[in-house]
Design a protein around this ligand. Structure first.
Ligand SMILES: Nc1ncnc2c1ncn2[C@@H]1O[C@H](COP(=O)(O)OP(=O)(O)O)[C@@H](O)[C@H]1O
Ligand SMILES: [Mg+2]
Length: 402
């Protein structure tokens, strides 16, 4: 029997559309002999839909079609099965799935929130668990962990919006310990949203004012000059890891803007433009392999594997590096726990076809799941059995006021 894979995508995120593209690409590449593919689309309003039409990109041109023809469902655990059940008047199991495959990007979905739901109903799922997903999305947690593990990152500081509102001079003083220019980032966003560079105090204050519109925690870090940006993908879990080819990202601006990343329009300058990868969301110019020497390549591979393990990632992730070309020093910029297009274009040059990559990811998820099942999660004995709540009983406990 085929394994029923529920591919979950969309969601309440600025990268909603990117996720649709990533998911449709992946569903088309999954081994149809082995897997029965069930699309599960989450709208921007957090409604879940399923139906064959969701595998077709044209469906998304008219959302009313989805509401009309796809089935509005909930995913839950029912008597040993994971089911998608109709949300309508007549509650009917529409589909059963064996494993969930989140292909989602950004807040509310890639950041551990969706993973938490999947784990709470007990379904096996592909990719990083809750903890790794949270850490991957949060630029502050990530930096704190990398610092304590002595992995190279740029000098940074962070603060709460309230700290800045109450006493901006103290926050500015803290930032002045960094070397200018600096870059200001909301802690948990992606796609360059709310990110600003600052060469002086005026730009700094403008940048902070905008960044705090998006998040209550803000990071300010030193800018890497003579910048070369390279990305590498790591596949595996905490036991075994392998690394992909390295890509070099070419940008015409200070940094990649949302438009440049997803809407396109940057001048193609790469020696080699992966035509499949440069469609739509992956329209930033890229050079594969990156123009770096063997020593730096090995150093990046080594750091990437360490970062992947330290975070506790699983499946495929992409780790982005900033290189100062003068010193040849690499800094980890960020880890993407569900990269755009699942970074398949970095694996193809290594001889791993996209179909095989997807297969590997599902196999890793099954292994992770079995390992999780083998750990002790709860105790058979009910320690509340002999508990005497007194004359008030359980209701009494609930009613107790502190
Ligand atoms: N410290 C830095 N020095 C130079 N450029 C940077 C630095 N941090 C980020 N950038 C630029 O800004 C872009 C977006 O920053 P990043 O931290 O990756 O945010 P996002 O999560 O939105 O992708 C990077 O791709 C890079 O071009
Ligand atoms: Mg980035």
């Amino acid at each position: 029997m085929k394994i029923r894979v529920g591919v979950i995508f969309g969601g309440e995120s600025v990268e909603h559309e990117v996720s649709i593209i990533s998911a449709i690409q992946a569903m088309n590449k999954m081994d149809q002999e082995k897997y029965e593919i069930i699309p599960i689309y989450i709208t921007k309003n957090n409604e879940w839909y399923t139906g064959a039409m969701l595998r077709d990109i044209e469906t998304y041109q008219d959302m009313t079609l989805i509401k009309k023809y796809a089935k509005n469902v909930v995913l839950y655990y029912k008597k040993g099965r994971f089911v998608l059940q109709n949300k309508g008047f007549i509650k009917r199991v529409v589909q059963e799935i064996d494993i969930a495959f989140p292909i989602v990007h950004g807040t509310n979905v890639e950041d551990g929130i969706l993973q938490g739901y999947l784990q709470s109903i007990g379904i096996p799922y592909v990719g990083s668990n809750v903890y790794a997903s949270v850490t991957g999305q949060d630029k502050i947690y990530m930096k704190q962990i990398f610092t304590s593990e002595k992995l190279p990152i740029t000098k940074y500081t962070w603060f709460y919006d309230i700290d800045y509102k109450q006493d901006s001079s103290k926050v500015l003083e803290q930032i002045h310990k960094l070397k200018f220019p600096v870059i200001i980032k909301p802690a948990t966003l992606g796609s360059s949203v709310g990110i600003h560079t600052a060469h002086d105090d005026e730009e700094l204050q403008e940048g902070i004012t905008d960044a705090i519109r998006y998040d209550h925690r803000i990071v300010v870090e030193e800018i890497v000059s003579n910048l070369k940006e390279v990305n590498i993908s790591v596949l595996g879990n905490y036991e075994v890891q392998s690394v992909s080819e390295i890509e070099e990202v070419v940008s015409s601006k200070d940094f990649l803007t949302y438009e440049e990343k997803y809407i396109g329009g940057s001048k193609k300058t790469g020696k080699f433009n992966n035509s499949k990868a440069s469609k739509g969301m992956l329209s930033a110019s890229r050079i594969i392999p990156a123009g770096i020497d063997e020593k730096l390549k090995e150093e990046i591979e080594d750091i990437a594997i360490k970062a992947f393990r330290v975070i506790g990632s699983s499946g495929v992730c992409r780790i982005d590096f900033l290189i100062d070309q003068k010193t040849n020093k690499p800094y980890i910029n960020e880890i993407n726990s569900i990269p755009g297009s699942l970074a398949f274009y970095l694996w193809e040059p290594t001889g791993k076809k996209y179909t095989e990559l997807l297969d590997d990811m599902i196999n890793i998820a099954v292994k992770d799941y079995k390992k999780r099942l083998n750990k002790v999660h709860s105790f058979e004995t009910n320690i509340l059995e002999g508990f005497n709540a007194g004359s008030k009983g359980v209701k009494g406990i609930k009613g107790l006021k502190r």
